[in-house]
Design a protein around this ligand. Structure first.
Ligand code: ATP
Ligand code: MG
Ligand code: MG
Length: 512
């Protein structure tokens, strides 16, 4: 009889699910608003939004906000901005906290069905009992008692740490690790989205599967470390007779010379260390926000698409691979210009001092009328600046720079050798060079990973000399500075002083 009931029930559930979705794919991208997004999240967005887009479905942007202690409105706003910047359009924006009442009601239901109980074990006791595969002494208390205590928890009548709502999972099962349903908010602090309405909060394992189910998610994709939680996911939905999404896992993205874990990125010590090497926190190259100032969302998407979404344990991807992708895109899109980072004044004695206005091409093979930035001409006179390193008192074999008695060609959109800037009133700009954030390939694996920070990861050149046509450049504009790399105008720029960030240098060492 039970089997027949079950079969009828699942038929109804499926019917309701299909009515809700119209048979369309529904996915969700579920960040916890406890930090800035990083490039690893680009992979998750590609998996979730990408799958829905491929199949003509929709993807929720769901803030998994069950932990007010660490979550902030600032992160919610940042995440929305980045999702949009990456070119993804959410089907709907939702918050797990919008479902708190429903989650509470379902917890009451679970208690009534005999699947959950209020426990008073301390964290240490829970751990010890779990190791010994023993049930908590409170597990078999009467359900009415649990109901009353659960209500007391909700009303804030029980202190933090004195009670937890737990599910009655089989303690013999190795996966019965995360069986907490609701815990007290330790500090009774207001929630960034739900305000001060609640003082108990659902656990990830409780909330995630239920909200997936309530939102009729068809494919719930997550990274491999969540695989052990799958048993509890299905256990709960089964216990509550709710619709069960398909759950699948894929490997996390890791890139060399950086850390892609919010726990590490949020570490206060890292912030302090970055300040010591004069890197404002939001400038670290591991952060999506920084990527944002580099204006390369399409290159990020091409990069993650190229890696694919699979379970194969993503070994750490070389940073050079990513940079290769970025360079490939900028090669096609960033107009050429010239900026001298370390200026040396050169006077051409056999040239009249009058200034000529030259029309330079935007690209080496561009048509003649496709000129430098905004069609502005390039002044040229008998005084120019070149890089210090392009002059030597002593010539040597293989050296292409200027030396006594030696000829050198001034470049004009990749046709000469030395880049230069005219000496009459050159535009003075700040240039920031970004290098690897960490010295080792895999800093996350080091015990003392913070000691591995590269002190040269950001080098500031306060006064470089730039072609005057750059004067009207705007935040986000991208350029190739001949021989120096690809640069973008930083948001910190002022009308008095433009600031350029180097997105990537020109030399490609990737052997993909
Ligand atoms: P962290 O471990 O860095 O705190 P998280 O997994 O808690 O990350 P969330 O912001 O809560 O991060 O997760 C949003 C989604 O992004 C999740 O589905 C998560 O699995 C995924 N995600 C996070 N980091 C990566 C990564 N490096 N590669 C691929 N997906 C990731
Ligand atoms: Mg996390
Ligand atoms: Mg959480």
């Amino acid at each position: 009889r039970d089997d027949v009931l079950r079969a009828c029930n699942s038929k109804t559930i499926l019917k309701e699910h299909l009515e809700a979705t119209g048979g369309k794919v529904r996915t969700r991208f579920p960040p916890e608003p406890n930090g800035h997004l990083h490039i690893g999240h680009a992979k998750a967005m590609f998996a979730d939004f990408g799958l829905a887009e491929d199949r003509g479905g929709g993807c929720y942007l769901r803030f998994d906000d069950t932990n007010p202690e660490v979550e902030k409105k600032e992160y919610i706003d940042h995440i929305k901005e980045i999702v949009d910047w990456m070119g993804w359009e959410p089907f709907k924006i939702t918050y797990t906290s919008d479902y708190f009442q429903k989650l509470y009601d379902l917890a009451v239901d679970l208690i009534c069905r005999g699947h959950a109980y209020v426990d008073h074990q301390t964290g240490d006791e829970i751990k010890e009992y779990r190791e010994k595969k023993m049930n908590s002494p409170w597990r078999d208390r009467r359900f009415l008692e649990s109901l009353k205590l659960f209500n007391d928890m909700k009303e804030g009548r029980i202190d933090e740490g004195k009670a937890t709502l737990r599910m009655k999972q089989d303690m013999q099962n190795a996966n019965a690790l995360s069986d907490a349903l609701f815990c007290m908010d330790p500090q009774f602090i207001p929630h960034p989205h739900a305000g001060d309405k609640w003082c108990i909060y659902p656990s990830y394992d409780y909330a995630h599967c239920i909200v997936d189910s309530l939102e009729n998610i068809t494919h719930s994709l997550c990274t491999l470390e969540f695989e052990t939680r799958r048993a509890s996911y299905y256990w709960l939905l089964d216990a509550l007779s709710l619709y069960q999404p398909y759950v699948g896992e894929y490997s996390r993205l890791n890139i060399t010379h950086t850390v892609l874990s919010k726990r590490k990125i949020n570490s206060n010590v890292l912030r302090i260390m970055l300040m010591m090497v004069m890197i404002p926190f939001d400038d670290t190259s591991c952060l999506m926000r920084d990527m944002c100032s580099l204006s390369i969302s399409t290159a990020i998407n091409t990069f993650v698409r190229g890696l694919g979404i699979s379970r194969s344990d993503g070994s750490v991807i070389p940073l050079e691979h990513f940079e290769h992708q970025v360079r490939k895109e900028l090669h096609e899109t960033a107009p050429r210009t010239m900026v001298v980072l370390d200026p040396l004044k050169v006077v051409i004695t056999n040239l009249a001092s009058s200034v000529k206005e030259l029309n330079a091409k935007k690209w080496p093979n561009a048509p003649d009328d496709d000129t430098y930035y905004r069609g502005l001409s390039v002044p040229f006179s008998n005084v120019v600046y070149i890089e210090q390193k392009d002059f030597r008192l002593k010539d040597s074999k293989g050296y292409n720079g200027l030396a006594p008695g030696k000829k050198a060609l001034l470049s004009f959109v990749m046709q000469g050798v030395l880049h230069w800037v005219d000496g009459v009133d050159p535009l003075k700009v700040e240039v920031r060079l970004f290098n690897k954030l960490f010295k080792s390939e895999n800093p996350g694996e080091l015990d003392n990973w913070l000691d591995d920070l590269n002190p040269e990861s950001k080098v500031v050149i306060p006064c470089a000399y730039a072609a005057r046509s750059l004067k009207s450049a705007e935040v986000g504009d991208k350029f190739q500075f001949e021989r120096n790399g690809y640069f973008v105008v930083d948001k910190d720029s002022t009308p008095e002083k433009l600031i350029f960030n180097r997105t990537v240098a020109l030399t490609d060492t990737y052997k993909g």
